[in-house]
Design a protein around this ligand. Structure first.
Ligand code: MN
Length: 240
């Protein structure tokens, strides 16, 4: 058994080299695995499953080709691609995971989350997150034209960049109490998430037992993925 975990590829038509690396990964190492978990922000922006953007279609075809070989592909929405929906899953053969999700990997219960829900010290961001997760707001956004949705997504990205440039680092990282609460409620001692682009393995104790949190990097600057095989989980540099 083996599984891969990746997040924060932020695929964008303007950075085709990242998509090429990802497609090589999908048609190479990922095929040896039983499962591939994509934990959010696969796309820099996803304005809806009806977007005909050719760069995204190429990635979707590569995911579908991997799923066809029998590798289980699971996709979780991130804060950039929270509009990934059922049509995306039907067209790629991917399974949509709720956030958080608990899966079994090699007999271990593992908590999967994008990670933005743990950044509760960032009040401004959490207000925005609550809005975009609201079903009524989502339905309203989906009714807009593709051009309107693209414009709003662009404005949201600019706002996010400005916010990240000024917010102190601890504010935009996960909150330790939120992490512990998730470990406790899930009854698991391993967690994998992305979002912060600060790849690391964090050891702690929850209810007197060791707990380990793997943070995935993004595919642009801090590139790292998690590979889990018979030897256990290991954080690795992104495939070249
Ligand atoms: Mn994110």
């Amino acid at each position: 058994m083996s599984a891969w975990f990746a997040s924060d590829l932020h695929l964008d038509p303007n950075t085709p080299e990242i998509a090429r690396r990802f497609i090589r990964f999908l048609s190479g190492p990922a095929r040896e695995a039983r499962a591939l978990y994509l934990l959010g922000d696969l796309f820099e922006a996803w304005v809806g499953d009806d977007d005909p953007e050719p760069a995204h279609r190429g990635v979707m075809a590569a995911i579908a080709a991997l799923a066809d070989t029998g590798t289980l592909v699971c996709v979780m929405r991130g804060n950039r691609d929270f509009l990934i929906g059922e049509r995306f899953c039907a067209e790629t053969g991917a399974l949509l995971l709720e956030d958080p999700a608990i899966v079994a990997v090699g007999g271990t219960r593992v908590i999967l989350t994008h990670g933005d829900g743990l950044c509760i010290d960032d009040r401004a961001y959490q207000r925005l997150r609550a809005l975009v997760r609201d079903p009524v707001a989502r339905a309203g956004f989906r009714r807009l034209s593709l051009d309107q949705r693209r414009r709003l997504a662009g404005e949201a990205r600019a706002g996010s960049r400005a916010h990240l440039a000024t917010a102190p680092e601890y504010i935009t990282d996960v909150n330790a109490a939120a992490v512990e609460a998730l470990f406790r409620s899930a009854g698991a001692s391993v967690m994998v998430h992305g979002h912060t682009h600060r790849p690391a393995v964090h050891e702690s104790a929850v209810a007197g037992e060791p707990a380990r949190r793997y943070v995935l990097g993004d595919w642009h600057a801090t590139a790292s993925v998690l590979h889990w095989d018979a030897g256990g989980p290991r954080l690795l540099p992104c495939p070249a």
